[in-house]
Write a protein that binds this ligand. Structure first.
Ligand code: FAD
Length: 285
């Protein structure tokens, strides 16, 4: 099913997984998926390796999810891809049943000053896919606290408008712990005539090092409540995880109250902690 269609009907609920390395077994991820399916997600998104690595595994994983009777959205980037590559890879995704693509630029690999492909920015990739695969539903990334490279939030939002104009049908956010910052962002984009539904991505706080790394490497802020958890429990992984799960469950409730169009959990190929968080949140009660 096209995600744009379901967003017209309800607030979506989804998970994100990443394809394991080629030499790793898919069995643990299949078990994770089985557990996540119990929450009746509207779709599962499957990331695309940074720098364009692991493409084969990504298609294989999309096929597994589709065959299980669940909808999938693949992520896809400009990095290293010519127009012909895009045609070939998207054909492959379509052949396994994929109907939704999150079209991204990708992070520029170290040592390069561009994407090393035919498209420099996501809006160009969106236009090209739309032209060649008009039946696909395309999504674009957005950054409530601004993309790291953007000079200002206003400039970033102008480029976001371009992604809407080029054919994106909904937006998915970068992690953003600060719900008020998200609300200010939505106000700003609506004033710029960006009307697309916004699905919010939630990054669970499960370990001190990884939550700091993922937050800081994306140029996002750490709110006081999370900073306190890091300060109090940073030296004790178990206590940190307990407090981090409670914090994440509260974040989910806060976002639901903020009137979002969809909730997307970065499940990081895990399920036990995710199940605890969802059971502690009020979304499935
Ligand atoms: P763009 O929209 O191209 O924006 C990149 C920068 O260029 C921004 O600063 C923007 O303001 C500016 N810009 C945009 N358009 C133009 C233009 N036409 N001219 C000049 N400047 C412009 N990466 C992966 O490798 N794999 C993944 O699976 C993946 N999944 C992601 C999922 C989500 C929800 C998000 C938010 C990000 C994801 N990323 C992923 C990371 C993403 O690839 C990076 O954030 C990347 O640096 C920017 O991608 P973009 O599509 O937003 O790029």
């Amino acid at each position: 099913m096209k995600i744009s269609k379901l967003l017209k009907e309800r607030v979506s609920f989804s998970f994100e997984v990443f394809p394991p390395k080629m030499e790793q077994s898919l069995e643990p991820l299949k078990e994770t998926l089985e557990q996540l399916y119990k929450f009746k997600p509207d779709f599962i998104s499957c990331t695309y390796g940074a720098g364009g690595t692991n493409k084969g595994r990504s298609t294989e994983l999309c096929e597994i999810i589709e065959k299980s009777g669940h909808d999938v959205m693949t992520h896809f980037t400009c990095i290293g891809n010519t127009k012909q590559d895009v045609l070939d890879y998207i054909h492959e995704y379509v052949s396994v049943g994929v109907e939704n693509v999150l079209a991204l630029r990708g992070d520029i690999p170290h040592g390069l000053d561009g994407t090393n492909g035919d498209f420099s920015n996501a809006n160009q990739l969106i236009s090209f896919i739309k032209e060649n695969f008009p039946d696909l539903c395309l999504a674009a990334a957005c950054y409530p606290e601004k993309h790291m490279e953007a000079v200002s939030i206003e400039e970033d939002i102008n480029y976001l408008k371009l992604k809407q104009d080029c054919g994106a049908e909904f937006l998915m956010t970068q992690l953003c712990h600060d719900v008020e910052a998200y609300e200010r962002f939505v106000d700003k984009i609506r004033k710029k005539q960006i009307e697309l539904p916004v699905i919010v991505g939630i990054m669970p706080a499960l370990s001190k090092d990884s939550i700091i790394r993922m937050t800081v490497s994306n140029g996002c802020s750490i709110p006081r409540e999370l900073a306190e958890i890091i300060g109090k429990y940073g030296d004790n992984p178990e206590d940190f995880k307990k407090a981090g799960k409670e914090y994440t469950a509260k974040q989910i409730s806060k976002y639901m109250d903020a009137g979002i169009n969809g909730l997307h959990i970065y499940s990081l190929n895990k399920y036990k902690d995710i199940v605890d968080i969802l059971n502690a949140s009020d979304i499935h009660k």
